[in-house]
Write a protein of this length. Structure first.
Lengths: 395, 307
């Protein structure tokens, strides 16, 4: 069990700067996810923790001990690769056993002819066999031990890769997009399995993904990365409910957050589509402010709602997506400089709206996120502070 | 009523006609390949077999069937026995040298980024050069008194070696030249095999504890190069069996028959002494050897190789 401490890690590949001084403290036993669009540096960061890449600047410590001078296998980390990287010529048993044979047998005891001379070898091999069996049992691989990786399905290969990582009880598990080669259904299933495995092992997990759903569902904390820096570090709900910047708000959440163009009116009062809202900001008059509204915060309103605290606009239904338990409705905002908005709602509401119908959509002003022109989150001084309690679905 | 009876008959006959057309079309498509195969391989092979059963001499007007007499003669002939043994010794030196040498070079230059293509060209040069032309260079290099190799030996304090005129060293020297000739080609094959091994396997192995080069080679490189190695071993072996040009140019089978090899004897019998029937029998034996060796290796190695 160990903490992982990264201090100002920098890395460039040629002229391209991939990591620009990343600081990160990962607690003992934590499930931390690095999430971000491709090319944001998250894979490079995890490879630096593993020791597969060497950083240009900064230091990595595992369990409080600096590990920069150590080879990957000396760092007591295990890694699961996106491609699983199983040894194709070895059986499942040999694949899982390899880390143990490497650490418990000396080189000459592993060589084809010399190994016959070793008396200890048999005892050691029996110990390895037992450990492999234990790991295989945990992952329900018992009946597959004699197969080759090519004879396994994607999910089984994934489990073998996990077994190979687990078998030597590493302090830190590093996972580089381990689920992205699986089909959607299996991915959902493996999400649960991984989360349970983490709970059972109690080890530190560092997990890299570009899928925000994986980040939200499994992690204790999420570090959202972009262009080689961490944009925000927090629990999944912190990232969802209080995104620190527009990029975080756009990346986290599905369907993506709706962005509406606000403008600062007289006295710092925000205006949406020419109508003043009950939100005040410190920005100068005439400046643009982006309003982020989650799709579940939108609701249908009848007529023009009077009263404060509720913003509204008219929209035309473009398309309905039926997800069974809920609907995602796509609206066009005619004549507005907005690509469209999505609303998540119950089937009861969705059935009541016909295609191409003109409706009025409203949202609780306190439930919207405000971002300045540079993408930073801003706090309103309005009656409702722009924190984000999730507004329940409203019929 | 007649109409109802006619219909199935018509249908059946039209189906038969379509089947017939399909069969003829299929044969038509296969015919060019079949004819080529017959003309270039099967007919010459048949002629070879027929000739090997006769006492035909090149340029002669008649021939007699002599049954297996040619084969009996070949198996009893001490010259042929010696040349067969020499060929096997040559193969036994050249195959390990040509395979493992090329593997070593390929591993050494595989990870070079800038200099790799330079090394590739250098090691590949002997493959592109004509061995007969290069043989004169070798003859000079190995010359007992003029050659730089003996010069080096003398400088190091050793006695000069007459590599090509000493019966004990001549065959081994030819084998070394054979290795030199084939290294580049085998190296290219091994490089292709090495490139096909996914990088993340080495990374996984690094994390799993294969930190030394020996471990990486034994765990990943060697097993995953299996198919390449099998191919290289068999092609090298066939090349080695066909040793002829260096013998013909540099030693002519000498000194005292120490470099007499099978193909050179076939050449002598067929084209110098015009014993065409006898040469055909020898050729048949030669082909049988290559076939048997390749087949045994394929079956033996195939079980151990992971694809």
């Amino acid at each position: 069990m160990a903490t992982v401490t990264l201090s100002s890690i920098a890395k460039s590949f040629g002229p391209t700067r991939v990591l620009g001084g990343v600081d990160l403290d990962i607690a003992d036993g934590e499930f931390l996810t690095l999430v971000g669009p491709s090319g944001c540096g998250k894979s490079t960061l995890i490879r630096i923790i593993a020791g597969l890449e060497h950083q240009d600047g900064g230091a990595v410590a595992i369990g409080g001990q600096p590990v920069d001078h150590l080879r990957p296998h000396e760092r007591r980390v295990a890694m699961v690769f996106q491609s699983y990287a199983l040894y194709p010529h070895m059986s499942v048993r040999q694949n899982i056993a390899l880390p143990l044979t490497m650490s418990r047998l000396k080189l000459w005891q592993r060589l084809p002819l010399l190994r016959a001379l070793s008396g200890q070898r048999r005892t050691v091999m029996r110990g390895i066999e037992a450990d492999v069996a234990a790991a295989a049992a945990q992952l329900q691989l018992d009946h597959l031990l004699d197969r080759k990786p090519a004879q396994l399905s994607g999910g089984q290969r994934q489990r073998v890769a996990l077994g190979r990582a687990m078998v030597r009880h590493p302090d830190v598990f590093l996972m580089d997009e381990p689920l992205s080669n699986l089909d959607a259904k299996l991915r959902v299933h493996m999400r649960t399995e991984l989360a349970e495995l983490h709970k059972r092992l109690g080890a530190t997990f560092v997990y890299v993904t570009h899928d925000q759903v994986e980040a939200m569902t499994m992690s204790d904390r999420v570090a959202m990365m972009d262009s080689g820096t961490i944009l925000q570090l927090g629990t999944p709900s912190q990232l969802y409910e209080k995104p620190a910047s527009l990029k975080v708000a756009q990346f986290i959440g599905s369907p993506a957050i709706n962005l509406l163009p606000g403008i600062v009116g007289a006295g710092g009062r925000l205006e949406l589509f020419g109508r003043p809202m009950a939100l005040n900001v410190q920005q100068a008059q005439g400046q643009a402010v982006t309003l982020g509204v989650r799709s579940e915060a939108l609701s249908l309103v009848q007529g023009e709602p009077a009263g404060t605290g509720r913003a509204w606009f008219s929209a035309r239904l473009r398309r309905k997506e039926n997800l069974g338990s809920e609907y995602i409705l796509h609206f066009d905002l005619a004549g507005r400089d907005v690509p469209g908005v999505t609303m998540r709602t119950s089937p009861a509401v969705a059935v009541g709206i016909s295609e191409a119908a003109e409706v009025t959509l409203g949202f609780d002003e306190s439930a919207c996120h405000l971002f300045a022109a540079d993408g930073e989150r801003i706090v309103s001084r309005g009656p409702g502070v722009a924190t984000a309690s999730i507004v329940p679905l409203r019929a | 009523m007649t109409l109802a009876l006619d219909m199935p008959v018509q249908l059946a006959s039209s189906r038969r006609r379509r089947l017939w057309i399909e069969r003829v079309t299929g044969l038509g498509f296969a015919a060019p390949a079949l004819v080529l195969l017959l003309l270039t391989i099967l007919v010459p092979l048949a002629v070879l077999v027929v000739l090997s059963l006769t006492n035909y001499e090149f340029g002669g007007v008649d021939l007699d069937f002599v049954g297996l007499a040619n084969f009996q003669k070949a198996l009893a002939d001490p010259i042929i026995r010696r040349s067969l043994l020499n060929t096997l010794i040559y193969v036994a030196i050249m195959v390990p040298g040509g395979v493992f040498g090329a593997l070593l070079i390929a591993i050494l230059i595989h990870r070079r980024t800038r200099s790799r293509s330079l090394y590739e060209v250098i090691y590949f040069l002997p493959v592109t050069s004509t061995l007969i032309a290069m043989a004169t260079v070798w003859q000079f290099l190995l010359h007992p008194s003029l050659g730089p190799i003996n010069g080096l030996l003398k400088w190091l304090g050793f006695a000069p070696v007459a590599f090509l005129s000493e019966p004990s060293t001549a065959l081994a020297t030819l084998a070394v030249i054979g290795i030199w000739q084939i290294l580049g080609f085998n190296m290219i094959l091994f490089l292709a095999g090495l490139t096909a091994i996914p990088r993340d396997l080495y990374e996984a192995a690094d994390i799993d504890g294969c930190s030394s080069g020996v471990d990486r080679f034994l765990t990943i490189t060697w097993p995953l190069l299996g198919p390449t190695t099998m191919f290289v071993v068999i092609t090298t072996m066939i090349t080695a069996f066909k040793i002829f040009d260096t013998v013909a140019v540099m030693t002519r089978g000498g000194p005292v028959g120490s470099t007499e090899v099978l193909l050179y004897n076939i050449y002598l019998e067929g084209f110098q002494y015009f014993h065409t029937g006898y040469a055909a029998a020898l050729t048949f034996i030669f082909l049988a050897f290559i076939l048997v060796f390749s087949a045994v290796q394929t079956f033996a190695l195939d079980k151990k190789v992971h694809y």
